[in-house]
Design a protein around this ligand. Structure first.
Ligand code: PMP
Length: 395
């Protein structure tokens, strides 16, 4: 399979891990060679309930028996999408009440940018340096990482950048700004938390100048920080909330939510202001609904913070400088880029899946399924400590 994978399927790096998968269940992934791997990455935060959670699988099966795709987004009322958006509204603070469902996180960002321009009649978008919002042209335009952006210029116009957590940069957000787009917790940059009431102050400044605040919760979304969304920790509410990844329980989805007043500007003048064929697909929406129900009806969110505490207690080692992030959205900061790569590859040999972050190369991603057990956390952290001890002895 590996040979065909490399030959026929487009690659995104010259050296993919190319693990050959047989099946996956709970927090474990099994290779076709019969090796079992404990998953500390959860498909980069997408498999929030682990692999093949029965509630998600049943919802998919039941919906697949009823109908698959029937009509383009927005024309027909399809129960999984209607129930999902209604339940989201129930769990979100006012004025976030109307949700547009997309097929991916980046597409939700594209929709949110268009919505902000349409609703304000302004064009300037301000993004944060070292943020990641996706890879389509609009989302890519919000990336300040020159090495990754330069080959694809020209990007969309009127995008400017500020530094995350820097209140002195509020001066650049003015009456010509349509929206400020931020990750609530900066993922690729190394799981950087907002500090000193930054988000609350930023929202107040945006209100003063009439700019909308878009928060990208594609990674924290659906419970990963111990609350359904990360912003709930920071005493503020964004104007547009973007989500994806973990909301689908392993299925491809994204969404953006706003007040009905703001959202309704997309449906007229022009009509069809933002359209998609498959957004809100009933099978995918059924999986997301089951995921939302499971996360909000169980103790998973409360347990997330206890699990974070345990990981922090277990991962104490001279080669780990710091554990950043919150809940089960954590990054272990090691001593160098090479060290991070060595740890990730050696852990994989010992049956533990870890992964890199996009920009902070000294970091190791620890974002297991929310369903991970105490025993599995001990097993995975034990492997990391074994690997670190081996590296230390060899040095
Ligand atoms: N925003 C953030 C914060 C992300 O982490 C990602 C995906 N890594 C995206 C947007 C884009 O999501 P997708 O890959 O589903 O397009």
């Amino acid at each position: 399979m590996k040979e065909d994978f490399l030959r026929y399927q487009a690659q995104t790096t010259p050296h993919p891990l190319a693990m050959e998968i047989s099946h996956a269940k709970g927090c474990y992934i099994y290779s076709i060679q019969g090796k079992k791997y404990l998953d500390f990455v959860a498909g980069v935060s997408a498999c929030s309930l682990g692999h093949c959670h029965p509630r998600v699988v049943n919802a998919i099966k039941e919906q697949a028996e009823q109908y698959l795709h029937v009509m383009v987004y927005g024309e027909y009322a399809l129960s999984p999408a209607v129930t999902l958006t209604k339940l989201l509204a129930k769990h979100l603070p006012a004025p976030l009440s109307k949700t547009y469902l997309t097929n991916s996180g980046t597409e939700a960002i594209e929709g949110a940018i268009k919505l902000a321009r349409r609703a304000t009649g302004r064009t300037e978008i301000i993004a944060s340096r070292m943020a990641y919002h996706g890879n389509t042209m609009g989302s890519l335009s919000l990336m300040s990482y020159e090495e990754r952006v330069a080959p694809f210029r020209p990007l969309i116009g009127d995008v400017n950048f500020i530094n995350f957590n820097a209140e002195e940069d509020f001066q650049y957000i003015t009456k010509t700004t349509a929206a400020v787009v931020l990750e609530t917790i900066q993922g690729g940059a190394g799981f950087i938390m907002p500090t000193n009431n930054y988000l609350q102050k930023l929202k107040a400044h945006c209100e003063q100048v009439g700019a909308l605040l878009i928060l990208d919760e594609v990674q924290p979304g659906f419970g990963r920080t111990g609350k359904l969304f990360g912003f709930e920790h920071f005493n503020m509410v964004p104007d547009i909330l973007v989500m994806g990844k973990g909301m689908g329980g392993g299925m491809p989805i994204g969404a953006f939510t706003a007040s009905s007043e703001v959202m309704d500007t997309l449906m007229d003048n022009p009509k069809l202001g933002h359209i998609t064929t498959f957004g809100g697909n009933p099978v995918i929406a059924a999986a997301a609904l089951a995921t939302l129900q499971e996360i909000t009806e169980s103790d998973l969110m409360a347990e997330t913070l206890q699990k974070e505490k345990l990981i922090r207690e277990l991962l104490v080692h001279p080669l780990i400088k710091e554990i950043r992030g919150m809940g089960l959205m954590l990054a272990a900061i090691t001593t160098s880029e090479e060290m991070a790569t060595t740890i990730i590859l050696k852990a994989q040999e010992k049956g533990l899946v870890l992964f890199w972050l996009l920009f902070e190369k000294t970091a190791i991603r620890i974002t297991p399924p929310l369903t991970i057990t105490t025993q599995e956390i001990k097993e995975g952290c034990g492997i990391i400590i074994d690997v670190l001890n081996e590296i230390k002895t060899q040095a």
